[in-house]
Design a protein around this ligand. Sequence first.
Ligand code: ATR
Length: 283
Amino acid sequence: MILSGKSRIAGVLGWPVSHSRSPRLQNHWLERYEIDGAYIPLPVRPESFASAVTTLASLGFCGANVTVPHKEAALRVCDEVTSSARRIGAVNTLFFEEGRILGDNTDAYGFIQNLFEGCSQWQATAGPAVVLGAGGAARALCVALLDAGAPEIRLVNRTKERADRLADSLRQNGDGAQLEIGVWGDWDKVCADANLLVNATSLGMTGQPALGIDLSALPTTALVNDIVYTPLETELLATARQRGNRVVDGLGMLLHQAVPGFSRWFGQTPDVDEDLRRFVLEA
Ligand code: ATR
């Protein structure tokens, strides 16, 4: 790709940023759709984040993704944020338009799209959803499930106080009348009647211990999802699959959350397909 003054440029801000798969993903789409543009990794220290964002906007970038550790700080540099970003308390996608900085959070969208793509018959409204974890990822999932109409969300975290804090914070935003706090380890009660079980902890990731929870009380009709995607088939998904549950891996969430940014920066809605999954995993 030969860049010119007309090329549209976006990037990803993180510290460090070398692990991010976003440049590979976004540049693959740029090539596939023959778009005159580029997407570059932007390593930025936390203390320089706000000035880096305003500089990118003044340099004519069309936008950026934001990753660890800047997602909460990004909320504060925006002139305007979407309701998803406000409720999740973090921004992962920036748009620089007409001198303004707009912030969105596409994690909730990516999560739900991945579930529907992986299992089109699944309905959020059909029963309780169990969310394991209480970090930023769990928060985005709760917002997504509330919006999708889950009648109850059971939030379960090793450190219960953190789950309590997350539930309180969601309720302060007007969300979460349906939130219940479950006890980590009390798996029979946590899993009973569940329609979805999703791991939003870092357990099961390569180099981390497995989640290792007892699924015997989980209905076999429940959908099981892991937001971990390295490895693609975590022990949780393998165990769930063996006992007859439908399972969806976490890679699709990464791919789908990238769609709204690409669409608005470059004017083309990109496809998420098997080729893309393979290409992103090869890295
Ligand atoms: P993120 O923002 O990506 O969600 P995070 O804020 O670091 O990441 O949250 C990591 C989650 O994994 C937390 O829910 C954490 O549980 P605690 O709040 O109890 O720390 C969970 N987690 C990490 N290691 C764990 C372990 N060994 N056992 C149980 N949960 C673990």
